[in-house]
Design a protein around this ligand. Structure first.
Ligand SMILES: Cc1ncc(COP(=O)(O)O)c(C=O)c1O
Length: 432
C-alpha cells in the first residue's frame, strides 16, 4: 500500500518536473489540439501530460523544442536505423531529387531497389512496393484471400500489423477481415484452430518477434509448427517483418530457417522515407503481372516514389549492409545482457526482453513468453522509468520499447547502462 502510494507520488513528482522543464513542447501541443485531435496524428506518440516536440536530429542525437538533447534509443520505432543525418542517404535523396520528384512513370531506382531487397531477403522472390507497413499487410492478406479463395485470417494476440491491425485489442478499428485470434507462442492452440478451420483459413499472419507488443520473441517450435500446419492445409504463412527484418541479414524468418509464403517489409528498408513492401513466392506475387490476362491489380500513386526508391536502395546496399546488421544486433545483445545483469544485481523486478537491436523494458520479474505474461508488469513503474530516462537524456518509447541505430557508440551503451543503474538504485525500493 505504502509502496504503491510512494510510486504514485514519485511519478506525479516526475511529471511535474517534466511540465516545468518543457514549456515550448506544452505550448506546441496546446496549439496543435485545435486541428489535430489531442494534438496527435500518430497515436503511439501520445503520452500524458503532453508529448515532447522535437526541433531537430543529428546522428543519434535529438533536440526538443526547449533545447534539451537526448541520445536516441528509440530509433523511430526501428525505422531510423541509420540515425538522423546519414550522409550517404542524404546524398542519394538529394541526387534523386535533382532529376525530378514525381515522374509519373518508372524511374531507374525501382528495379535496382527490388533487386537489392530480393538479394537480401530469401523469402522475397518477387515483391510489390507500398507506402507503409499497414498497406503492405493489407495487400499481403488480400493476396492470400485472392489466391486461396478462402476468407479467414488467423492472427495472434498482441500482434501489431499496422493502423487497422491491432490484434486482440479491446477497442479496435481493425480492417473487417474474418479474423481468428490465437495465443502467441502457443503452438498447440494455433494448430488446433488451423485443423478446425482447415478449409476456411486463407492466411496465418504473425511477427516472428512481437515488436510493439513488447519485444517477445517467437519460440522456434511455435514458428515451425505454424509452417508445417499451414503448408499441410494450403494456407499462406505471412511473416510480418516490418520491424524484425533488421534482426538478421536475411530477416528473422531466415534466421530461423523458415521461409514464409508471403513476407512484408517496412520501416528502415525505405531509408527513413515512407515505405512498405509485400512479396514472397514468385508463383503468388506473379499474379500481379499486368501483362497477364486476369492479373490482380495493385495501384498506388507513391508505390515507386523516387525518394523512397533511392533512399531504400542506398540503405540496403551501402548503409545497413549485412555486416552492419550483424554488428548492430551484436551490440544490442550485449546491451540487453548488461541491463538484465544490472536488474538482477539490484534485485529489482525489471527486465529487458527482445533480440538483437530491439529491446523492451518490462517492470516485472519472471519469464515473459506472451503478451499476457507481460501484462503483469507495473505501468506506473514503466512510466516512471520513461520520465527518469528523459531526465537522464535518453529518448525511449513511453511503453518501454527501444531500437538501436548505427550512429550509437559503445560510450552511448555505457552511458545508458549507467543511467539504468542509477534508476535501479534510486527507485528500486518503490519497485520491489
Ligand atoms: C510489425 C509491424 N507491422 C506493420 C506496421 C505498420 O507499419 P506502418 O506504420 O508503416 O504502417 C508496424 C508499425 O509499427 C509494425 O511494427
Amino acid at each position: 500500500m505504502t509502496r504503491n502510494f510512494d510510486l504514485a507520488a514519485a511519478l506525479d513528482e516526475a511529471k511535474q518536473a517534466y511540465i516545468a522543464d518543457n514549456p515550448a513542447s506544452a505550448a506546441q501541443h496546446e496549439r496543435a489540439r485545435a486541428a489535430l485531435p489531442g494534438g496527435n496524428t500518430r497515436t503511439v506518440l501520445y503520452y500524458d501530460p503532453f508529448p515532447l516536440g522535437f526541433a531537430r536530429g543529428e546522428g543519434a542525437g535529438l533536440w526538443d523544442l526547449d533545447g534539451h538533447r537526448y541520445t536516441d534509443f528509440l530509433g523511430e520505432f526501428t525505422a531510423g536505423v541509420a540515425g538522423h543525418s546519414n550522409a550517404i542517404i542524404r546524398r542519394a535523396v538529394i541526387a534523386a531529387m535533382e532529376d525530378g520528384i514525381n515522374l509519373g512513370g518508372h524511374n531507374t531506382f525501382e528495379p535496382r531497389f527490388a533487386e537489392a531487397v530480393r538479394a537480401r531477403f530469401p523469402a522475397m522472390e518477387q515483391m510489390r512496393f507500398t507506402n507503409s507497413g499497414t498497406e503492405a499487410n493489407l495487400l499481403a492478406i488480400s493476396t492470400a484471400i485472392a489466391v486461396t479463395g478462402r476468407k479467414k485470417i488467423l492472427a495472434f494476440n498482441g500482434g501489431y500489423h499496422g493502423a487497422v491491425f491491432t490484434i486482440g485489442a479491446p477497442v479496435n478499428i481493425n480492417a473487417p477481415f474474418d479474423w481468428l485470434v490465437s495465443g502467441y507462442n502457443d503452438a498447440a492452440a494455433a494448430v488446433a484452430l488451423i485443423e478446425a478451420h482447415a478449409s476456411e483459413i486463407a492466411a496465418v499472419i504473425l511477427e516472428p518477434m512481437l515488436g510493439g507488443g513488447g519485444c517477445i520473441p517467437a519460440e522456434p517450435d511455435f514458428l515451425h509448427a505454424l509452417r508445417e500446419a499451414t503448408a499441410r492445409h494450403g494456407m499462406m504463412l505471412i511473416f510480418d517483418e516490418v520491424m524484425t527484418s533488421r534482426l538478421a541479414p536475411g530477416g528473422l524468418g531466415a534466421a530461423h530457417g523458415i521461409t514464409p509464403d508471403l513476407m512484408t517489409l517496412g520501416k528502415y528498408v525505405g531509408g527513413g522515407m515512407s515505405f512498405g513492401a509485400f512479396g514472397g513466392r514468385a508463383d503468388l506475387i506473379g499474379r500481379f503481372d499486368p501483362s497477364q490476362p486476369g492479373a490482380l491489380p495493385h495501384a498506388g500513386t507513391f508505390n515507386n516514389n523516387v525518394l523512397t526508391m533511392a533512399a531504400g536502395l542506398t540503405t540496403l546496399s551501402e548503409v545497413f549492409t549485412p555486416d552492419a546488421a550483424l554488428a548492430l544486433n551484436a551490440m544490442g545483445e550485449r546491451l540487453r545482457a548488461r541491463l538484465n545483469a544490472a536488474c538482477q544485481a539490484a534485485a529489482v523486478p525489471m527486465q529487458f526482453t527482445g533480440r538483437g537491436s530491439m529491446l523492451a523494458a518490462h517492470m516485472m520479474a519472471g519469464s515473459i513468453r506472451t503478451p499476457a505474461d507481460a501484462a503483469a508488469g507495473s505501468v506506473p513503474a514503466r512510466d516512471l522509468f520513461f520520465f527518469d530516462m528523459l531526465r537522464e537524456g535518453y529518448w525511449i518509447a513511453r511503453r518501454g520499447m527501444m531500437a538501436l541505430s548505427l550512429p550509437l557508440t559503445e560510450a552511448d551503451m555505457d552511458g545508458f547502462v549507467a543511467a539504468v543503474e542509477r534508476f535501479l538504485a534510486a527507485r528500486g525500493d518503490l519497485l520491489r
